[in-house]
Design a protein around this ligand. Structure first.
Ligand SMILES: Nc1ccn([C@@H]2O[C@H](COP(=O)(O)OP(=O)(O)OP(=O)(O)O)[C@@H](O)[C@H]2O)c(=O)n1
Ligand SMILES: CC(C)(COP(=O)(O)O)[C@@H](O)C(=O)NCCC(=O)O
Ligand SMILES: N[C@@H](CS)C(=O)O
Length: 405
């Protein structure tokens, strides 16, 4: 959840300074804006030209801009930022931060920062273990700064030990999770159904469908990233959840998914029913494997499963949102609108098997969001990005619900 976040990246004189390029690229890829402030020693390890090309901003290193003497206001910078990240942070910089020695633009900016500060130490193992460094880190923690512990591995000295700056993707994840934990869905409880259901014929066979769970799991991760507590009711899929705020409930049949949905919906602010729930189940489940008969036919009597969406739509409170999906092969708009009404959805996500790359098993999807006011079409994109579009809409609807309730 770094979209739109303004981040000061402080770079100091460590051989790990080159990794700042990957941090910048990762932050910008997540929609953040990055302003680099680099120490004189940092410039010995990586050039402002490279950093400026990556951030599309002039790099700040002096109190006054070289080109025209403009004052680089550390005060404005401190007020501008949503976060300040010092990566890599040398022992010297950590000591200056801990003791307020503002002898360069980076420390001066740090002392003016109003935003949360994250520090990623990078140094040799003995320097990191030294009581002075550890004491300075404890002081920084006591000020409320977030220390991103270094990793263990081969160091510039070719010794092996703790002191390698944490990897860029993990540093970015720390910031992402920090903002997510304070994200727009903080405190919201969201129930999501995902994947197929399997309806037993006998101990060996079942009726199912091609749902992989990818779309539902992407929705769960996106809600968790935005601070929500997520209950993910998952049919039989080969996927793992990543975010710690996702509580996963595994089910197999439509009946089990129905029971789980009934159990968790009451306490939810919103439910997103992405699962491909079987509409029919065998009336009788054979206790033993049905043997191939001499004849060429096996007749199965099927009975309709309970409609989870309709049952939730019937009891949905005014302070709850209910979102459905429709996978169609024809009459897409008409079928989706029918389900919107029949199941009392607040909006429905339509995807059609007529669109290449959409629907079951793909890593991509092409959706339209339909509600009682109209329809919004989206291009084919990754299910991760489709989830962002859907949760943007859900988040907006939740805000209106909160305002109107
Ligand atoms: N027993 C069912 C079947 C479907 N759904 C939900 O209802 C929405 C639409 O599913 P779909 O199968 O398209 O709807 P059906 O009512 O089964 O209509 P169709 O005849 O097209 O299958 C989806 O959010 C799905 O998760 C549900 O909750 N319970
Ligand atoms: C097609 C999907 C199951 C997603 O497929 P998956 O990522 O699970 O393979 C989902 O986008 C969807 O349309 N679910 C509802 C299906 C239905 O019952 O209409
Ligand atoms: N409802 C469909 C899944 S889209 C089925 O019966 O499997």
């Amino acid at each position: 959840m770094l979209k739109g976040k303004k981040i000061i990246l402080g770079i100091t004189g460590s051989i790990a300074a080159y990794k700042a390029c990957y941090i910048i690229r990762g932050l910008i890829r997540q929609g953040a804006e990055v302003q680099v402030v680099i120490t004189p020693a940092g410039k010995e390890f990586i050039t402002p030209i490279t950093l400026s090309a990556l951030t599309s901003k002039p790099v700040i290193s002096e109190f006054f801009a070289q080109r025209d003497g403009t004052w680089n206001s550390h005060v404005d910078l401190g007020l501008w930022a949503d976060a300040m990240l010092i990566a890599p942070a040398t022992a010297s910089t950590i000591g200056k931060m801990a003791n307020g020695i503002a002898d360069n633009m980076l420390i001066t900016t740090y002392l003016s920062a109003k935003a949360p500060v994250f520090v990623a130490p990078a140094m040799d193992l003995d320097m990191y273990a030294h009581p002075s460094t550890q004491k300075n880190l404890d002081i920084l923690r006591s000020f409320g700064n977030h220390i991103i512990e270094p990793g263990t591995g081969e160091l510039a000295s070719h010794l092996v030990g703790k002191g390698r700056m944490e990897e860029p993707e993990n540093i970015i994840r720390v910031l992402d999770e920090f903002f997510a934990a304070n994200g727009e869905l903080k405190g919201k409880k969201i129930m999501i159904t995902a994947g197929p259901t399997y309806e037993k014929i006998d101990p060996v066979r079942f009726i199912g469908n091609y749902s992989s769970g990818k779309m539902g799991f992407a929705l769960a991760e996106e809600c968790a990233r935005r601070g929500a507590e997520v209950t993910l009711i998952a049919g039989p899929v080969q996927l793992e959840t990543r975010h710690s705020r996702i509580r996963r409930i595994d089910v197999e049949s439509a009946e089990e998914m129905y029971a789980a949905s009934q159990a968790y919906f009451f306490d939810s602010d919103a439910a997103i029913l992405c699962a491909a729930v079987a509409d029919f189940r065998p009336e009788m489940v054979a206790g033993k494997k049905i043997k191939r008969e001499k004849g060429e036919e096996l007749t199965l009597h099927l009975r309709a499963t309970k409609d989870i969406a309709a049952s939730l739509g019937a009891v949905k409170r005014k302070d709850q949102l209910l979102v459905g999906f429709a996978l169609e092969t024809n009459n897409e708009q008409q079928n989706a609108e029918g389900k919107l009404e029949r199941k009392n959805f607040d909006f429905i996500v339509l995807n059609s098997l007529n669109d290449a790359g959409a629907g079951f098993r793909h890593d991509t999807n092409k959706i339209s969001i339909i509600d009682r006011k109209g329809r919004t079409d989206y291009p084919l994109k990754s299910k991760t990005k489709v989830a962002v579009d859907i949760i943007d809409r859900l988040s907006n609807e939740l805000k209106h619900l909160t305002l109107n309730s």
